[in-house]
Design a protein around this ligand. Structure first.
Ligand SMILES: Cc1cc2nc3c(=O)[nH]c(=O)nc-3n(C[C@H](O)[C@H](O)[C@H](O)COP(=O)(O)OP(=O)(O)OC[C@H]3O[C@@H](n4cnc5c(N)ncnc54)[C@H](O)[C@@H]3O)c2cc1C
Length: 459
């Protein structure tokens, strides 16, 4: 029997497996996705969408309006994410404290855990020299409109921008091991000293016993089970919640599946006369930092994507679509990310398949529209001839479903990260978020996982 089975190898699972293994615990890390390394990541966008994402990057809400993106690979969504790392502010923590009743949600009390992560990772602050033309347009337009902006912080070692490297490629896995994914920062180092990683092991359900937990799943087409004294669910908002739902926990935990949010993102494209080449260099280096935007519940980031994704964002067809794609090099792009209300709901059907309910509320739509207005102002002031708003929207920050709180009547996990009433089942991943913070979530997922790791190791 293992001391710990960790289910999911993403932002939370990689860190926990690393720390528990290094402390001498007998651990196994289970992951549904394949094991890719820097020299085996799929080579092009079509292949990486198909191989690195759940549903080939095509997981929709039940009304097929919103797309949700999450990765299925050893390293989890940290393999495809931008690794932008931000601490939460007072606004986010006060909201969490109010909604969950958990008293350690404050900048001060979470600081030691943030520090541990920041010390372990290599974090780079972007600077003037690294701006591409898309970022320069973002800054020029923001300055003219009087909107405040700031450089982003990213987990990376050396992206070789000076040698002409384009970071957009690392949306399909970093071929330099520069991006500080869970794979690079935690899993590979722990594997060197014997951490056991079982990839392509999809967990179907868990069975709780007084002294152990049995984890049932499929590996290589056959049913397999592993048993541990304690298990940690680290399968992300959709994954961890779905495993608990499939295991029948909804009966004792009525809040299971509720409180899902996703920072809905809306992209706008500015069409400029001159080439912008938004895909070149470090393609995401600055974001809005305007206090009025924070109050209004949205943020703006200069961003871009690979050609297939950009093509899919244009909800126009035939020759009009072709004309637009011909302007690819002349497009600037800014996204609005909305701090949405946590009214989404995750459930599973009789076959265990995910059903995601996610409607935009009146408040979400107001925040979106305020953000889109600010983007239009920035683009027009920076010389765009036209602004095209994509009608599609998507969620990259999937949060909630197994939220943290002080009682089973309003939450799923207690402040010690245990499932209410089940002392040997733990979660510290994005599923425990009580509400949407409106800030990049990864650093806080890692800080919460540090806190859980410290607690488990003390015991
Ligand atoms: C394109 C993109 C860019 C992003 N950029 C940023 C960014 O710059 N900064 C930031 O903070 N956040 C970013 N995010 C979001 C961030 O990556 C996620 O919020 C974060 O990874 C969630 O961490 P997690 O540990 O909860 O889950 P994940 O990292 O998603 O890990 C969950 C793992 O569990 C596995 N799993 C799920 N179900 C099962 C099962 N049944 N059996 C076995 N394994 C299972 C999954 O395959 C996955 O590997 C981005 C996301 C995307 C998609």
């Amino acid at each position: 029997m293992y001391d710990f089975v960790i289910i999911g190898s993403g932002v939370s699972g990689g860190l926990l497996a690393h720390h528990l293994h290094n402390a001498g615990a007998n651990c196994v890390l289970l992951e549904s996705g394949k094991y890719f390394r820097k020299n085996t990541f799929p080579e092009n966008e079509a292949d990486y969408s198909a191989q690195l994402y759940w549903g080939g990057g095509m997981e929709f809400d039940e009304k097929a309006k919103m797309v949700f993106l999450r990765s299925k690979a050893v390293g989890g969504t940290s393999i495809v994410n931008q690794c932008l790392l931000d601490r939460f502010d007072t606004v986010a923590f006060n909201d969490w404290k109010e909604n969950s009743g958990v008293d350690y949600f404050s900048e001060e009390k979470m600081a030691p855990y943030y520090e541990k992560v920041e010390k372990h990772l290599q974090i780079h602050d972007f600077n003037e020299k690294e701006l591409n033309n898309n970022a320069k347009k973002f800054i020029a337009g923001s300055d003219k409109c009087g909107y405040k902006w700031a450089f982003l912080h990213r987990g990376q070692i050396n992206c070789a921008l000076d040698k002409g490297n384009d970071c957009i490629g690392c949306l399909g896995g970093c071929y330099r091991d520069s991006k500080q994914s869970s794979l690079v920062a935690y899993i590979q180092p722990a594997e060197k000293t014997g951490l056991k990683v079982l990839s392509e092991f999809t967990v179907e359900n868990i069975e709780h016993k007084e002294e152990c937990v049995i984890v049932n799943g499929i590996k290589n087409g056959t049913q397999e089970s592993v048993t541990a004294k304690k298990i940690i669910l680290a399968s992300g908002s959709l994954g961890s919640t779905a495993i608990l739902l499939r295991s029948g926990f909804k009966k004792s935990l009525p809040m299971l599946g509720k409180g899902f949010s996703s920072h809905p993102q809306f992209m706008s494209f500015g069409i400029y006369d001159e080439p912008i080449d938004a895909h070149k260099g470090a393609f995401q280096t600055v974001a809005s930092k305007d206090p009025s935007f924070r109050t209004k519940g949205f943020k703006l980031e200069n961003v871009f994507a690979s050609p297939i994704s950009i093509a899919m964002l244009f909800d126009i067809y035939g020759p009009t679509h072709q004309q637009m794609m011909k302007k690819f090099r002349n497009l600037g792009c800014i996204e609005v990310a909305v701090r949405d209300e946590p009214v989404g709901e995750i459930s599973v059907d009789r076959k265990g398949k995910l059903i995601i309910k996610k409607e935009l509320t009146g408040q979400d739509k107001k925040r979106r529209d305020d953000g889109l207005e600010a983007v239009k102002n920035i683009m027009m002031k920076s010389g765009a001839k036209e602004v095209f708003r994509s009608g599609f929207y998507f969620g990259l920050h999937l949060m909630g479903g197994s939220s943290i709180g002080t009682g089973a009547n309003n939450s799923v996990v207690n402040p010690e990260f245990q499932l209410h009433g089940f002392k040997n089942i733990f979660i510290a991943d994005s599923s425990i978020f009580p509400t949407a913070p409106g800030i990049n979530p990864s650093l806080t997922i890692m800080a919460l996982s540090e806190k859980l790791s410290e607690q488990l190791l003390k015991k």
